[in-house]
Design a binder for this molecule. Structure first.
Ligand code: SAM
Ligand code: SF4
Length: 354
């Protein structure tokens, strides 16, 4: 079904169906759940949060491990979710992470399990996570230059990230992906260098266009580095061929890199997620759960649905599933970043779960 980026007016809301998967008014079905395990982080990436950090969620508001697991179980067993990605903030600083992954891996049907992390501590945790059932990992790395890394993340931790990436490969997590955000005047020239680093180590690199989700509201459409610019820079360094594999609901457009293979011996790929200039909202299959138990039907949603209050108020699984369905039914057609009426969500990316 073709969905416009954002319609002039959203169609009237229908009642949520009492059973079945997470369907919205445009016929999209959400099967990919992003679970934020904490809003806290041990880095301070300049495009994400200020140097002093953010007012973190009170601990009592954050879902317990049992509560997270219960909602993941409902998503998988009642709502048709087939993929669960743990994120944050920084998910590796959540003490119960390995156990949450293990319990999620025991669910039937078994969801695919993945993690998005800044990589700090992954050298220690990659193996326990793999043994607990984690399938794959995305590590965020925007530069391989130590000084730039320190300036960009406000922490001198590049060696830890590199050790984490190596440990992920060693533990058998496949694929190991790298997420990179390029910023004008900071690391915009680094696309080919990041690509060569990834190719050399068998990691799959994906560039993400910077989005208006920073806590400081410093994003500027006019200066952001676009997917088109990134591709031009890559093509100056390597030959890219169209990827024959169907993209499905995946946000990244991918290309095969001529002459290179990945860690599994398959043709190497590079991806670009053009969230702003090449929106993929029409194929979006995501649903999100924040660390404090709010369902978000979009990164850019301005409304949330409070599952924590219902859960702590004694709601049974069927009622929680119904609330989740209702929240997804209200999903808008698109993020509408280019719409004059666009409003940046109150929560920044780190509190939503990227
Ligand atoms: N701390 C973990 C990490 O950095 O991977 C997980 C959370 S982080 C919010 C998830 C992803 O969002 C990272 O790849 C990060 O680079 C990306 N991100 C954060 N702020 C962003 C922004 N304003 N635009 C685009 N991507 C952003
Ligand atoms: Fe932390 Fe990830 Fe945000 Fe960087 S992008 S500050 S690692 S949450």
């Amino acid at each position: 079904m073709s969905v416009p980026d954002r319609p002039a007016a959203d169609p009237p809301r229908a009642a949520a169906p009492g059973a079945g998967p997470l369907v919205d008014r445009y016929g999209r079905v959400a099967t990919d759940l992003r679970v934020s395990l904490t809003d806290r982080c041990n880095l301070r990436c300049t495009y994400c949060m200020p140097a002093e950090g953010l007012p973190w969620l009170p601990r009592a508001d954050v879902l317990t491990d049992d509560e997270v697991f219960r909602l993941v179980r409902i998503a998988v067993q009642r709502l048709g979710v087939t993929e669960v990605r743990f994120t944050g903030g920084e998910p590796l600083i959540r003490p119960g992470l390995v156990e949450i992954v293990r319990r999620a891996g025991e669910l039937r049907p078994r969801p695919a399990l993945s993690l998005t992390t800044n990589g700090l501590g992954l050298d220690r945790l990659a193996r326990p996570l793999r043994e607990a059932g984690l399938d794959r990992v995305n590590v965020s790395l925007d530069t391989v230059d130590p000084d730039r890394y320190t300036a960009l993340t406000r922490r001198n931790r590049l060696p830890d990230v590199l050790a984490g990436l190596a440990a992920a490969t060693g533990a058998g997590l496949r694929p190991v992906k790298i997420n990179s955000v390029l910023m004008r005047g900071v690391n915009e020239d680094e696309a080919p260098r990041l690509l060569h680093f990834a190719l050399q180590h068998g990691y799959q690199l994906r560039f993400i266009e910077q989005m208006p989700l920073d806590a400081q509201h410093g994003w500027d459409r006019r200066t952001m580095v676009t997917a088109g610019e990134i591709l031009t820079a890559l093509r100056a360094a390597v030959t890219l061929r169209p990827d024959p594999v169907d993209r499905g609901g995946a946000p990244a457009e991918t290309w095969l890199v001529d002459g290179y293979v990945d860690a599994a011996g398959r043709p190497a790929r590079v991806g670009v997620i053009g969230s702003v200039t090449r929106p993929f909202c029409g194929d979006c299959d995501r649903t999100r759960l924040t660390a404090d138990g709010q369902v978000r039907n979009c990164l850019f949603a301005t409304e949330e649905s409070d599952l924590r209050a219902a859960l702590r108020g004694g709601a049974d699984d069927a009622e929680l599933a119904d609330r989740w369905r209702a929240a997804m039914l209200a999903k808008r057609a698109g993020h509408g970043i280019d719409d004059p009426s666009f409003l940046q969500p109150v929560r920044p990316m780190s509190a939503i779960g990227g």
